[in-house]
Design a protein around this ligand. Structure first.
Ligand code: GSH
Length: 203
């Protein structure tokens, strides 16, 4: 979803193909040839399949500097951007994976419950950190400009919508989420993916 959203935001031509994980399409032999881990997303760039959401967002921003979705090397917010991207990819995404896949990834039921409890603590700690980041009138996560980090963060926040404490419950995250969901690219994304939850009009 984050990659799809950023492609729409950048208004560059692309072809999207649904890999429906609800019917295990990620384990289809043809898809496994593109992504042997059997995970989504995969983005084919110049004929080569590429993986890992955060890397794909960073790659897109690098290949399309005119979209200005990442501070370039040597710019003042470069370090903060790298730090935020790695934090989201390295800390928040794995905790989300643990929350949603504790059973599937192999833990026995009792252990899976403990894995999920730890994941929940880590996810809520992330919302604390990101909420603090947005305090004081900051509109975006990095340097007050829209960046790849916002696309990834908002998609992660969306995943928390049915968790015990969704990200929308944090005071600064709530306004940030509303602003990001009002972007024309998000509205377009929601229409293309036929999403019916977590839109501004739903809350
Ligand atoms: N680190 C990978 C994680 C990818 C991932 O876990 N994707 C999930 C969907 S959000 C998936 O493919 N699930 C299906 C499965 O694991 O079978 C990334 O950031 O792209």
């Amino acid at each position: 979803m984050a990659v799809h959203w950023m492609l729409i935001e950048m208004a560059i031509p692309f072809e999207a193909k649904l890999v429906d994980i609800d019917v295990d399409a990620q384990r289809d032999p043809a898809y496994l040839r593109l992504n042997p881990a059997g995970r989504v997303p995969t983005m084919i760039v110049d004929g080569t399949p590429r993986h890992e959401t955060a890397a794909l967002l960073m790659l897109l921003s690098e290949r399309h500097p005119e979209a200005a979705l990442a501070p370039g090397a040597g710019f003042p917010n470069r370090a903060a951007w790298l730090e935020m991207m790695i934090y989201l990819a390295n800390t928040v995404l794995p905790a989300m994976r643990d929350w949603f896949y504790a059973d599937i990834d192999g833990a026995p039921a009792a252990d899976a419950q403990a894995v999920r409890a730890l994941a929940q603590r880590r996810i809520e700690a992330a919302w604390d950190r990101l909420d603090a980041q947005l305090a004081g009138g900051h509109r975006f996560l990095v340097g007050n400009a829209l960046s790849t980090a916002d696309f990834l963060a908002i998609v992660l926040m969306r995943w928390s919508r049915n968790m015990p404490r969704p990200a929308t419950g944090w005071p600064h995250l709530s306004g940030y989420i509303r602003r990001m969901r009002a972007l024309p690219s998000f509205i377009d994304l929601v229409a293309r993916e036929r999403l019916t939850e977590w839109r501004n009009e739903d809350e």
